[in-house]
Write a protein that binds this ligand. Structure first.
Ligand code: FE2
Length: 246
């Protein structure tokens, strides 16, 4: 009898242990990731939980994209900065003279910077159109908001391989749409169409493949439903101020 009770107790202990282990191995998608610091520098914090974009971008894609891809660009850039004080200023200043640096710095700083803009301008909510000044600038350049969205979507869909589509402001304060390969962006002095980006659309497969597979168009169409125009409005105001100061 005593032996039977002992065996049952051991069995209960193992079952509970398996439960605890399986729970601790499960990512809690409803929470923001913990702060990550590498060599004394804090990684960009996702402003929402992994499952916040779930309707159009699944939580697993957000987690892998942010926690692995974006973080890898960050750590590699921090590694590259070691012993190079000229890289430790504002990211925008380094990007504007990126031709002076290695391919590794170009790709990893570009990757770190581009993804920050991409995450910041998304959030499901009632942000369906740009306001005042930006709305007028879009109308002036593209005729309608729908036309601008179509042109930017076309740029995203025609990007061969991996890259980005952008809405940016040029030196004259005018809006323009462009697309860049890999982790390049319009700030860099190596791209054809230069300016200050205010809207970033990631069209690397890692941004959508789990949910959309090869249907990049469906991902791009749904991206507009996640766009937080409040943030794009803010970036537009900052871009105009910076252009005036230069
Ligand atoms: Fe990405």
């Amino acid at each position: 009898m005593k032996n039977k009770i002992f065996i049952i107790m051991i069995a209960i202990f193992f079952i509970n242990n398996i439960k605890v282990n399986s729970q601790t191995n499960t990512t809690d998608y409803s929470k923001k990731p913990d702060e990550f610091v590498y060599k004394g520098i804090a990684f960009y914090q996702l402003p929402y939980s992994y499952n916040s974009l779930e309707k159009y971008i699944d939580k697993e894609t957000v987690m892998i994209h942010y926690d692995r891809h974006h973080k890898a660009y960050f750590t590699k850039y921090i590694d590259a900065m070691e012993g190079k004080p000229e890289l430790q200023g504002k990211m925008e200043d380094v990007l504007k003279k990126i031709s002076q640096y290695s391919e590794g710095i170009r790709n990893n700083l570009g990757g770190y910077y581009n993804h920050i803009m991409y995450w910041n301008i998304m959030l499901p909510g009632d942000f369906t159109s740009p306001k005042d000044k930006l709305a007028k600038a879009i109308e002036k350049k593209f005729g309608t908001l729908e036309n601008m969205k179509k042109q930017l979507s076309d740029a995203a869909l025609s990007r061969f391989g991996s890259g980005w589509a952008w809405l940016s402001v040029n030196d004259n304060g005018e809006l323009f749409i462009s697309s860049t390969a890999n982790q390049d962006n319009p700030l860099m002095d190596v791209v054809k169409e230069r300016g200050v980006p205010i809207l970033a659309l990631d069209v690397w497969e890692h941004a959508y493949y789990l949910k959309y597979q090869n249907k990049r168009k469906d991902y791009v169409d749904n991206f507009w439903k996640l766009l937080n125009w409040n943030e794009v409005d803010k970036l537009y105001e900052i871009a105009l101020k910076n252009i005036k100061q230069n």
